[in-house]
Design a protein around this ligand. Structure first.
Ligand code: PMP
Length: 424
């Protein structure tokens, strides 16, 4: 295996095919998929409706560029704009979440005439020059060069430090004080706050409901735009809400939201939705050669239709609620598991030592053990100490129960290895 590939597992898996919530590897081993290719398989593997839409379009014409009318792109833009909750919304399609955030930041800085941007500690927004520059998780932002003056604020996670013991109300008050303090240090105008409603790469941590409503009141006083990065939280994944920002009620809608990952069910579709006034900040309309391409739009339309017709948000709420309960029950007596948390089908299992310190070794072992048990999950958190569970949204109750049992075995095996490693 080339050493420049960063792959999961000591012995990497080569997935050859999938169906529903299952995938198979090159050796014929079958796995229950609780990660959906980092939330890209939003509905199901090989969903017939999406496969037919892709094949049908591919057989006609693969691509023509966005210079020509693509009715499917217009239809998807109209549907996404209506679903976004943003009044007078416009949509710009990209091929990834990174580009979507890049475009949102470009619009916000142009609109406000400022290169100062607020971002959250522990955040992740992508791998381009601009998005690395608003990524607070230092493992993913290796450079100190930046097109922005980025001001990082608290609020995305309170797993550690002085915030850990605070009540929700105290935490919100402390974050507002921090935001005000940071703004007091800014040099003139600030363009925008970019934030994930639930930090994804950061380990599926969510701020208490209401944090962004409190933030919004401060932002509004300064005319600062709010960009909600919904790359992981969009389309009903969090169960109670279609978008993550909706958990903050009166906070929304944001001035712009970005999406990607799951909407194409594996095809590269991303985009930004913004108020027309913000979208039109750039004089010339932007064109992306591949953003909004016919095949990806066909996939996204079929996928979105399926998602809405089958109320997959409701499924995320019901099955996700059951899964989190089962996971809490089966890990209850395991000392290395500090917390099982989440919203809908976005669930994190955090590992910590007896002193409460993050325990990446535990998560690393648990990853290997889940794989050996036939279950795929992901890993995240600033220290890589959290297992991330985000199955396709069609997950059934039987599969949730099966997955919880596999996870229970994997975590018990992990605890046993950890204890043997500690013995002198
Ligand atoms: N924003 C968030 C919240 C993400 O989780 C990711 C991907 N992990 C991105 C942006 C970047 O998306 P992409 O990898 O499609 O560029």
């Amino acid at each position: 295996m080339p050493d420049w590939l960063t792959l999961s597992y000591t012995c990497p898996i080569e997935i050859t095919h999938g169906e529903g919530r299952r995938v198979w590897d090159a050796e014929g081993l079958r796995y229950l998929d609780f990660y959906g290719g980092i939330l890209t398989t939003m509905t199901a593997h090989a969903l017939p409706e999406v496969t037919a839409a892709v094949a049908g379009q591919a057989a006609r014409v693969l691509h023509t560029s966005t210079l020509y009318l693509n009715r499917r792109m217009v239809e998807l833009a109209e549907r996404v704009a209506a679903l976004s909750g943003i009044p007078d919304a416009r949509v710009f399609f990209t091929t990834s979440g990174t580009e979507a955030n890049d475009a949102a930041l470009l619009l916000a800085t142009a609109h406000r005439g400022s290169h100062q941007v607020l971002a959250m500690r522990n955040s992740y927004h992508g791998r381009s020059f601009s998005t690395v520059s608003v990524t607070g998780n230092s493992a993913w932002s290796p450079t100190s060069y930046s097109p922005f003056q980025t001001l990082y604020v608290h609020g995305g996670t309170r797993c550690r430090g002085p915030f850990a013991a605070m009540s929700d109300a105290e935490f919100i008050r402390a974050c507002i004080a921090d935001l005000e303090d940071v703004l007091g240090q800014a040099h003139g105008r600030v363009a925008a706050l970019i934030a994930e409603p639930v930090q994804g790469v950061g380990g599926f941590t969510s701020p208490p409901d209401g944090l962004y409503a409190a933030f919004r009141r401060v932002l509004d006083r300064h005319g600062i735009l709010w960009i909600s990065d919904e790359v992981q939280t969009g389309w009903g994944r969090t169960g109670d809400h279609f978008w993550g920002w909706q958990a903050h009620g009166e906070a929304g809608p944001p001035d712009a939201l970005t999406f990607a990952k799951g909407i194409g069910n594996g095809m590269s579709v991303g985009g930004v939705v913004a108020r027309a006034e913000v979208m039109n900040s750039l004089g010339a309309h932007s064109i992306s050669t591949f953003g909004g391409s016919p095949v990806t739009m066909a996939a996204a339309l079929a996928n979105l239709t399926y998602l809405l017709e089958h109320d997959l948000q409701g499924n995320a709420r019901r099955v996700g609620g059951l899964l989190i309960q089962r996971l809490r029950a089966v890990t209850a007596g395991v000392p290395a598991v500090r917390e099982v948390r989440g919203r809908g089908l976005m669930i994190g299992i955090e590992f910590a030592g007896a002193d409460g310190a993050p325990w990446p070794r535990a998560a690393e072992l648990a990853m290997e053990h889940t794989r050996e048990e036939g279950l795929l999950v992901g890993r995240g958190g600033r220290e890589g100490h959290v297992l991330r569970i985000a199955p396709p949204l069609t997950l059934t109750v039987a599969e949730a129960e099966e997955g919880a049992e596999l996870l229970a075995t994997a975590v018990r095996r992990t605890q046993a290895v950890l204890e043997s490693e500690r013995r002198p």
